[in-house]
Design a protein around this ligand. Structure first.
Ligand SMILES: NC(=O)c1ccc[n+]([C@@H]2O[C@H](COP(=O)([O-])OP(=O)(O)OC[C@H]3O[C@@H](n4cnc5c(N)ncnc54)[C@H](OP(=O)(O)O)[C@@H]3O)[C@@H](O)[C@H]2O)c1
Length: 240
């Protein structure tokens, strides 16, 4: 366990990824399991330390996959690497300057902020169900629309489609329904979880929304714990 302030170099070492395909999820939760603050947003329960790791995980990703619910709630736009050191790191690793944003939707109802597209920018993909593909293709062009199921987006088809584009380091930032589906499909290799020392009480979303079965939905083994300013940054890998 590492404690106190953690340098960028140390974070990069702790979260380093190999060359092969990887699916990593990154979430934040309070001590009593809330995935959002009272305003329904995760931004109100995160912290500077959480943001630091969040940025590092993005910098190590080819693509960030996000459910449309989170896109709508959190007001996502295209992803931009702001930190010059992280930008240099991406360039040195042969990555594009910014990770691609891949939005998962069955309804096709996406906010204008995320749809607005510079022609040929190539920084947005929509992983969608067949029923809404035609509308999205008309709007975004065929290159940006990947059909990954008839009624819902199947996790394995989505990942195959991303890999076919050379997008192997996959980071999902949620939300809870997307993570629930991907855990059920058994495709999540890692869960990076920030545990914030805050208790909110009441009820609200947790990091996973999925029907419960008779056993565990997924099992993980601890890779590391970092303590930064009282937050615990947990990296778990899927149990073999
Ligand atoms: N604590 C954290 O780290 C964290 C992280 C992320 C989000 N959140 C919070 O979680 C809340 C949103 O929760 P949520 O569960 O609604 O988020 P979500 O999983 O991002 O969104 C659910 C929506 O995503 C689409 N979707 C997910 N899986 C799909 C599949 N297999 N096939 C087709 N579409 C699929 C659907 O969009 P359509 O409706 O368009 O079909 C579905 O309605 C927000 O309040 C956000 O702040 C917290």
């Amino acid at each position: 366990m590492s404690t106190g302030q953690v340098s960028l170099e140390e974070l990069l070492r702790q979260y380093a990824v190999g060359p092969g395909p990887l699916v990593r999820a990154n979430f934040v939760t309070t001590l009593d399991g809330h995935a959002t603050g009272g305003d329904g947003l995760s931004g109100s329960i995160n912290s500077a330390a959480d943001k630091q790791v969040f940025d590092v995980l993005r910098a190590l990703a080819d693509v960030v996959v996000v459910g449309a619910g989170t896109i709508r709630a959190e007001g996502y736009g295209r992803l931009r690497t702001q930190d010059p050191e992280l930008l240099r790191l991406r360039r040195d690793a042969g990555r594009s300057d910014h990770p691609v944003l891949a939005v998962v939707t069955a309804s096709g109802e996406l906010p204008e902020k995320v749809l607005a597209q510079e022609p040929g920018a190539g920084d947005l993909l929509v992983l969608c169900a067949e029923a809404v593909a035609a509308d999205l293709t008309e709007r975004l062009g065929a290159e940006a629309v990947l059909v990954c199921g008839d009624d819902v987006v199947e996790a394995t088809r989505a990942l195959e489609a991303l890999h076919a584009r050379g997008l192997n380091q996959v980071l999902t930032e949620g939300g809870p329904h997307l993570l629930g589906g991907w855990l059920q499909a058994g495709v999540v290799d890692e869960l990076c979880l920030t545990l914030r020392p805050v208790v909110l009480g009441g009820t609200g979303p947790r990091i996973v929304e999925a029907a419960s079965g008779t056993g565990a939905l997924a099992r993980f083994e601890l890779h590391h714990v970092l303590e930064i300013d009282g937050d615990l940054m947990l990296r778990y890998v899927a149990a073999s």
